[in-house]
Design a protein around this ligand. Structure first.
Ligand code: GAL
Length: 683
């Protein structure tokens, strides 16, 4: 069992999201029997059904769900039970409007949607604790329940909170962190524009003013505060559930959203993490032009890689099984035949041991009438149900892969201070392009990679698993992080840093030192000058004879430690010929500092230089449109090949491998169908 999770599924299995409250009870038994026939053995229920348990204040009833759970037992279904706190009842928000969240402009979010509450309302905490106590107390020992889901998608849709309770809690959070206003004033640089606080009552969550400029240090702390609030809310519920549930039953929550330190939430509140995977968003008719859709549905592999860093053997609580759409937005096509299988395999290839589809049948009412499930409104068997049956057969054959370790030798380091800082700082945001580009490079070159989060309790063994670690643009650095990175390099690791490393401290202020600040000694370099690359300019670097891109930003470097080597120089602009890329050998390892951002092209050069590029080429050769994921268990290596293209692809097995589906040994050039997944192993 990995220390990052307390619970692991012992066998790959399928589930589905089901809403008994949406259907005539006469359908329940038939629905579940049809699920079981298709190989679906678990359902998630109740996460929006507060009124079914507490129709009026303080009057609790379990009649509805008791009736449903009776049939669950009769048919032999397993259940993941949701706490219903994402949608408070109308009586609650009417009587206690203080539980409602507000926008930054102080508009109250009213009843009718979901997640319109605020985590910090003491009233909401009290009422949520009470409903969770009642539901936990009543169903905690139920033999059909295998797990619990807290709330639904914490911070989805709404990830900023501006109610009065939030301001009060923010003050407490800051008092804990800074103790005195003097320290806070210093950390927030309030002397700038005369923001100095003289009493705690003057401090608020960020408020509307007619400009998008704001105090960045305050917003950074505010984002940390939102994360802390969400985690406290989750912990409040998991602590209650733990009193009631049987050992072996897990607690989880679903999704992965902004402004939460999901790693901390997993550690402090959950046994296992589940994610909601909707790759069809890539094909929404109205695309957000800011999004980079280069990889289309394959981009979800990036999110799954993030999830794996939180919890290596995770579950998918909602896996796309139909066309997207609320009645107001998010129009996307139906999955084409084979795509549901592809997306399920994408999740499994990245580490999921449980896949639950969203949802059994498309809802016939409400805002999600276009968010299609396996079955359509007509409730007839269809090709998607048939595909689920086939997925089930496939999943059964993949049983040996359950709990297998995902293998990657390259990692990309992240941390929440830098993630939160990027959200506001537009210079930092531009550099963030590297994040996607590094991922795309690893995908297109079939070089498996992981994300590695630096956390309070991170240890050097978390890093030494990887031969090469990129830490692309760690603007915010701390002594603690540097100590860890130094030990990694000392022990033989290769650390690759990008431009603007070490510009800020943990408050987001800029120390008066040469960049890369705290990393200068380890990188063996300082930045003498820096600039954005103008929008009509191109910048290139000569990297040991190869011309590589150096877009967006250029740090001009100066060596400050004797044994640092120059690997690359700029080839343009007023800094033509100046140092762009260096390597500093340090103890058993080395640090590369690249004064620019990473692109899919220049990343290949870095992977090649460090001997990391395409490590499986001697076993299997793949076209770009196929993804390669590698997992290992009990001495066996499993190679997942996923074809995202809408047409067949040719792959080449350089060595004979066993096709896990057919049990046959294959070799040489092989055609795989559009959307097909092949899993091969050594034998
Ligand atoms: C998820 C959510 C579900 C449902 C689904 C489709 O984000 O957890 O409750 O809303 O999206 O919209």
């Amino acid at each position: 069992m990995n220390s990052k999770q307390n619970y692991q599924w012992d066998k790959l299995s399928l589930g589905v999201c089901y809403y008994p409250e949406h259907w005539d009870e006469k359908l329940w038994k038939d629905d579940m029997q049809r699920m079981l026939l298709a190989g679906i053995k678990t359902i998630r229920i109740a996460e929006f059904a507060w009124s079914k348990f507490e129709p009026t204040e303080g009057k609790f009833t379990f009649e509805f769900f008791d009736g449903f759970m009776k049939i669950v037992e009769e048919v032999g279904m397993k259940v993941i039970f949701g706490t219903p706190t994402a949608t408070p009842p109308a009586w609650l928000t009417e009587k206690y409007p203080e539980v409602l969240n507000r926008t930054k402009s102080e508009v109250v979010m009213r009843h009718g949607n979901r997640r319109h509450y605020n985590y910090n309302s003491l009233k909401y905490q009290e009422l949520c604790s009470r409903i969770v106590e009642h539901i936990g107390g009543h169903y905690g020992q139920h033999p059909s329940i295998v797990g619990w889901q807290i709330d639904n998608e914490l911070n989805c849709g709404v990830s900023e909170f501006y109610s009065e309770s939030d301001t009060l809690a923010f003050r407490r959070f800051l008092q804990d962190k800074y103790q005195t206003l003097d320290v806070l004033n210093k950390a927030w640089g309030t002397v700038f524009w005369n923001q100095t606080y003289t009493a705690w009552e003057e401090v608020y969550v960020p408020r509307y003013n007619d400009s998008d400029s704001t105090n960045p240090h305050e917003v950074l702390d505010y984002t940390r505060f939102i994360s802390d609030s969400a985690i406290r809310f989750c912990k409040m519920q998991s602590d209650i559930l733990r009193k009631f549930i049987t050992p072996g039953v897990f607690i989880t929550t679903n999704g992965m959203f902004d402004n939460i330190d999901n790693h901390r939430m997993e550690k402090e509140c959950l046994d296992v993490y589940t994610y909601d995977s909707y790759p069809n968003f890539a094909y929404c008719l109205v695309e957000d032009p800011k999004n980079n859709f280069t990889l289309n549905d394959r981009k979800w592999s990036k999110y799954l890689t993030e999830v794996r860093s939180i919890c290596p053997h995770f579950g998918i609580m909602e896996q796309q099984s139909g066309a997207n759409g609320w009645n107001t937005r998010l129009e996307a096509p139906a999955p084409k035949p084979g795509q549901m299988t592809l997306w399920t395999m994408q999740s499994i290839a990245h580490g999921a041991d449980y896949i639950s589809f969203f949802r059994w049948r498309t809802c016939t009412m409400g805002t999600e009438i276009y968010w299609h499930g396996i079955l359509d409104y007509d409730n007839c068997d269809n090709r998607k149900l048939e595909e689920v049956r086939e997925i089930h057969e496939w999943v059964d054959k993949l049983e040996p892969v359950t709990g297998a370790e995902y293998i990657a030798n390259v990692g990309i380091i992240k941390d929440y201070s830098n993630i939160f800082d990027t959200q506001l700082d537009c210079w930092h945001q531009r550099l963030n392009n590297s994040d996607m580009e590094l991922f795309v490079a690893s995908q297109l070159t079939h070089t498996p990679m992981d994300y590695v989060y630096l956390q309070d309790d991170s240890e050097v063994v978390d890093l030494t698993k990887y031969s090469v670690l990129f830490y692309p643009h760690a603007l915010i650095l701390s002594e603690k992080k540097m100590t860890l990175l130094k030990s990694y390099v000392e022990q033989g690791g290769c650390l690759i840093l990008g431009c603007r490393t070490g510009q800020k401290d943990e408050t987001g202020q800029c120390p008066m030192t040469k960049m890369p600040g705290l990393a200068a000694d380890l990188a063996g370099v300082t930045v003498s000058e820096f600039t954005f690359v103008g929008s009509n300019e191109d910048s290139y670097v000569n990297f040991l004879g190869t011309k590589i891109e150096a877009p967006i930003f250029n740090d001009i470097l100066e060596i400050n430690v004797e044994n640092t080597k120059v690997l690359g120089t700029y080839q343009s602009d007023f800094y033509d010929g100046r140092t762009a890329l260096v390597e500093h050998p340090y103890e058993k390892g080395r640090v590369l500092y690249y004064g620019s951002t990473f692109t899919r092209e220049n990343t290949k050069a870095f992977l090649a230089y460090t001997n990391m590029l395409s490590p499986y080429e001697e076993i299997i050769k793949l076209p770009q449109e196929c993804e390669l994921c590698v997992r290992k268990k009990a001495g066996k290596t499993y190679l997942f090949i996923l074809n995202y293209a809408h047409k067949a692809a040719q792959i080449n097995l350089v060595q004979p491998l066993m096709n896990i589906k057919t049990g046959l040994i294959e070799n040489g050039t092989i055609e795989i169908r559009a959307y097909e997944t092949r899993v091969y192993s050594n034998y």
